[in-house]
Write a protein that binds this ligand. Structure first.
Ligand code: PGA
Length: 254
């Protein structure tokens, strides 16, 4: 089996002023500046990107944004482009998070346009997929996730290899409920199979698939030791340095 480097990303969501973000970034940096067994990413709000970028500097901690627009520039009031993110030394951008899909009407088509623009600008997209509780209860989770993957990742060609996929069951986000390691592994294997259908087996074997949804230090080791779970996209537990650091350490040991 191909070795995939695990990737732990903190999604700070709409939390923390620039000043608070600076503090958190400094605390994380104390412990994680030189980690290289695992890729470490922090994704603050747009208003904190510059500050956090300056704190992490050229340590091994990488910067990510939580969203972007697909156009390069122009009359799109309130939006931010991929090149603006690159200009602040962002390496990653989260796309199609379920909160963006649910509250801001993001469709697979929009996520796809953003993914293409991100890659063209040199950003690595973290593309989120995942079913709702209703969809899981009606046993349609595979059909839902398959459609999200095929729509969001359409037409990327060889660039698909650069993408990170995050499986985030909506019912587990911020709820304290976590998919069991078996449930998560089953879906991750299904995602990899679907990625192989979109591209080829070698490409699919190289793509990192993160789990997200109430991942915390207490449940991380078991999740991260599953064969197809290659990291985590962390919300709540990424807002405090000790738990984020513990998650990165769990990924190193997994
Ligand atoms: P959570 O959020 O860890 O707070 O459940 C995960 C996410 O939405 O990325």
């Amino acid at each position: 089996m191909k070795m995939r480097k695990k990737i732990i990303a903190g999604n700070w969501k709409m939390n923390k002023t620039a000043e608070d973000s600076k503090e958190l970034a400094q605390a994380i940096k104390l412990d994680l500046a030189n980690v290289n067994e695992v890729d470490v990413v922090v994704c603050p709000t747009f208003t904190s990107l510059d500050t956090v970028s300056n704190v992490i500097g050229d340590t091994n901690i990488k910067l990510g944004a939580q969203n972007m627009h697909w156009e390069a520039e122009g009359a799109y009031t309130g939006e931010i482009s991929a090149s603006m993110l690159r200009n602040l030394y962002c390496h990653y951008v989260i796309l199609g998070h379920s909160e963006r899909r649910e509250y801001f009407g993001e469709t697979d088509e929009i996520v796809n346009k953003k993914a293409k623009a991100a890659i063209a600008a040199g950003l690595i997209p973290i593309v989120c997929v995942g079913e709702t509780l209703e969809e899981r209860e009606s046993n349609t989770q595979e059909a839902v996730v398959s459609a999200q993957l095929k729509g969001s990742l359409a037409g990327l060609g060889a660039s698909l290899a650069k993408v990170v996929v995050a499986y985030e069951p909506v019912w587990a986000i911020g709820t304290g409920l976590t998919a069991s390691p078996e449930q998560a592994q089953e879906m991750h294997a299904f995602i990899r199979k679907t990625l192989a259908e979109i591209s080829d087996q070698a490409t699919a074997d190289g793509i990192r698939i993160q789990y997200g949804g109430s991942m915390k230090p207490e449940n991380a080791a078991e999740l991260l030791s599953q064969p197809d779970i290659d990291g985590g996209l962390i919300g709540g537990a990424a807002l405090k340095a000790p738990s984020f650091v513990a998650l990165v350490k769990a990924a190193i040991e997994a």
